[in-house]
Ligand binder design. Sequence first.
Ligand SMILES: Cc1cc2nc3c(=O)[nH]c(=O)nc-3n(C[C@H](O)[C@H](O)[C@H](O)COP(=O)(O)O)c2cc1C
Length: 174
Amino acid sequence: MTNEVIQNILTRCSVRAYDDRPVEREKIDTLLQCAVHAPSAMNRQTWHFSAVLNREKIAKLAVAVGKALGNEKYDMYKPAALIIPSNELIGDTGITSWDNACALENIFLAAHSMGLGTVWINQLSDTCDVPEVRAVLTEFGVPENHKVFGIAAIGYAAAETPVKEKKFPVTYVE
Ligand SMILES: Cc1cc2nc3c(=O)[nH]c(=O)nc-3n(C[C@H](O)[C@H](O)[C@H](O)COP(=O)(O)O)c2cc1C
């Protein structure tokens, strides 16, 4: 069976090249609403979300992360917007990072339904506590006691991106 929601899930793909259009504030507001409605372990909702809508500020973060990685060319794909979820580490780090993944997937799917492209950016998970990176995150409102796992790059796709073929490793037990 299918419906609009299922079609949206089946046609999402990661987008790594964006055009110059900004993302409308109203759409970002909706993405953030979708993020906070994701499940979280024990409903702790330990997260905070920083929405960065300024390309120069995104570039500033990318430069700091690139330096931490030893990669001067690192640019996070130059998206129009970033949503940076972060989590207070209460309990198990693994579980907290799963909360992050649930929030990100809600953002990705909602963005796709609004004609926006997204991709998971993972480089903050290893660099968020490097002082130069943390300084930029603090400027963006990320609480000092929060860890950053995955973040979302968001923008209008520069070109049509094909959906990847997926395996179907499933066993039915009846
Ligand atoms: C945990 C995780 C980390 C990822 N990190 C990155 C990343 O740092 N950079 C990137 O370009 N894509 C990243 N991705 C996106 C995957 O590469 C992508 O989802 C995968 O290739 C499948 O493609 P699709 O999203 O188009 O279906 C990540 C995805 C996940 C789930």
